[in-house]
Design a protein around this ligand. Structure first.
Ligand code: FAD
Ligand code: SIN
Length: 533
């Protein structure tokens, strides 16, 4: 057994920010399933939304967030996160983060933060590091972690399951005692114990066939929290980003909304700007609306992609502002300064997750959840662009303050060692790969941008069958990270479908042709699921 004061699962913005805040108060283990940088954070492009300009105000940022969230945001959480944003950004800069600056036009020689614009924002308010904001955040946070002797980082360590008192059969309040972790190199399962555990495992894009997310995004945190008995909320609201690069060799490459913020327009293959008829903000309308419009345009015309055109902007500006996007597209033979970029919508962000308050506290004592894995009420039915990095920063700080001030006592629990099956099976990999493919395709086809009751019910039956099969494998065979991820994507797929079936309306990211309108009775209702033991 490994004993620590704080366990942090995940090394993205949420996990690293929290670890840095609690490290002065105890020994911290950061457990991360691949290389330390591998996270959704690392691929963030557009930036962090925060009020830093005189032309902007908290009130406007709050209003834009509430509008995007279509009635389901929790306004107190929205206000807290937005109002505390600037202080957390200042800390990040203090830590060594470099945001892109520009010369102040009215005062040559002086500089200010360059602010980008994205869909649904009424003002320019996105702080960014060109188009590689996430990479710069990871660099700055990991450099700070390396300077902290009380933090130990365990790479290639896969968190399998939380150890909760309820799962161990103890009556009374459910308490998190630690986590079972697979050391991917040795193949051994280790037991990590601490009074405080933070889930910062990010999102679930890999549940869908097409996604902007890297391979780590398999919903592990939600699946673990669910198994441990935590409440999970609003899982039907999966955000599809409208503009993922469409190219047979490109895997999950995003074309940032900031490109539309700088004037790019969406066109169909005939060159028609189809967003003009859809929304007054045209190509910069909120994401749910743009993704649905592209989907409908593709279905109407039979095209397999849409086009994003920014060729009217000077080539030098584009190369300077979007160096990563420009170079990556060029690598696929697309020169964005001269030709439109082929794009398709793809699964991007989970607005729901483990139910928490704005301090990251879950229903399980000692268990916190922050970042994409959590549902604080900031995003409601549709996240406003670039609000997620902001949420992770603010909530990591608040969770750290709570965890320091009220450390949970580990209590007197006997924690059994991990039990796993012993069988090897040469067929295992093909079965795992097949089931992965099947879940991701059926989620794309039946539980995607546009849903119907019949498709959701079909998905529910298929996923339940797959879950049974996976459960057999799970108990009989030696655990591998592929098998564990398969079990997790099946669990979160089932949670998404169950939540979608519960909501008899269309709202934000959940669009069901059987109930195409909003239902006022559901305007303020979260979809909350709890596992029965
Ligand atoms: P992540 O950064 O995803 O980190 C999760 C960590 O948990 C990883 O280290 C992972 O390896 C680890 N992990 C997962 N499961 C396990 C396990 N079982 N055991 C151990 N470790 C585990 N948001 C914005 O606000 N602005 C943007 O510009 C923006 N651009 C984006 C661009 C792309 C391409 C993508 C994919 C997302 C973007 N987002 C953006 C969303 C944003 O990046 C994420 O929501 C945010 O980074 C999530 O941070 P996190 O710390 O919660 O999780
Ligand atoms: C983007 O750069 O388009 C992504 C922004 C986000 O997901 O918030």
């Amino acid at each position: 057994m490994k004993h620590f004061d704080f366990l942090v699962l995940g090394s993205g913005i949420a996990g690293l920010s929290f670890a840095l805040k609690v490290a002065p108060h105890g020994r911290v283990a950061i457990i991360t399933k691949k290389d330390r940088t591998e996270s959704n954070t690392n691929y963030a492009q557009g930036g962090i939304a925060a009020v830093t300009s005189k032309e902007d105000s908290f009130e406007l940022h709050v209003r834009d967030t509430l509008e995007a969230g279509v009635g389901l945001c929790k306004e107190p959480a929205v206000r807290t996160i937005i109002e505390e944003g600037p202080a957390r950004i200042a800390e990040l800069i203090e830590l060594g983060m470099h945001f892109t600056e520009r010369e102040i036009p009215s005062a040559p020689g002086s500089r200010e933060l360059d602010l980008g614009r994205e869909g649904g924002h009424s003002k320019r308010r996105i702080l960014h590091a060109k188009d590689v904001t996430g990479r710069e955040i990871e660099r700055a946070l990991l450099a700070a972690v390396a300077r902290q002797p009380r933090i130990t980082l365990f790479e290639n360590h896969f968190a399998i399951d939380l150890i909760s008192s309820q799962k161990l059969g103890h009556p009374g309040d459910n308490q998190c005692l630690g986590v079972y972790v697979l050391d991917k190199q040795s193949g051994q399962v280790e037991t990590f114990v601490a009074p405080v555990t933070l889930l910062a495992t990010g999102g679930l894009g890999k549940v869908y066939l097409y996604t902007t997310n890297p391979d780590i995004a398999t919903g592990d945190g939600v699946a673990m929290a669910w198994r441990a008995g935590a409440a999970v909320a609003n899982m039907e609201f999966v955000q599809f980003h409208p503009t993922c690069l469409y190219h047979p060799r490109a895997k999950s490459f995003l074309i940032s909304e900031a490109v539309r913020g700088e004037g790019a327009v969406l066109k169909n293959l005939a060159g028609v700007e189809f967003m003009e008829q859809v929304h007054p903000l045209k190509s910069l309308a909120p994401r749910d609306i743009v993704a649905r419009a592209i989907d409908s345009e593709m279905k109407r015309s039979g095209a397999d992609h849409a086009l994003l055109d920014i060729t009217h902007k000077p080539a030098r500006f584009l190369m300077e502002r979007f160096p990563n996007i420009y170079q990556t597209c060029l690598g696929y033979g697309i020169d964005m300064t001269k030709e439109p970029i082929p794009v398709v919508p793809a699964a991007h962000y989970q607005c729901g997750g483990v139910l928490t308050n704005v301090n990251g506290e879950t229903e399980i004592r000692g268990l916190y959840a922050v970042g994409e894995v959590a549902c604080t009420g900031l995003h409601g039915a549709n996240r406003l662009a670039s609000n997620s990095l902001l949420e992770a920063l603010v909530c990591a700080h608040r969770a750290a303050q709570k965890a320091i001030a009220r450390p949970a006592s580990p209590g007197e629990f006997r924690i059994p060692p991990w039990h796993s099956g012993h069988a090897h099976n040469p067929d295992e990999m093909v079965v795992v790969a097949h089931n992965w493919g099947e879940i991701r395709r059926l989620m794309w086809d039946y539980v995607g941008i546009v849903r119907t009751n019949k498709r959701l019910q079909r998905a529910q039956t298929r996923i339940a069958n797959l879950q049974e099969e996976i459960q057999e494998y799970y108990w009989d065979f030696i655990v591998t990270s592929d098998l564990l991820e398969l079990r997790n994507i099946a669990t979160v797929a089932a949670l998404i479908v169950a939540s979608a079936l519960r909501r008899p309306e269309s709202r934000g990211l959940h669009y069901n042709l059987d109930y195409p309108e909003r239902n006022p009775d559901w305007a303020r209702r979260d979809t909350i699921l709890r596992r029965e033991f």
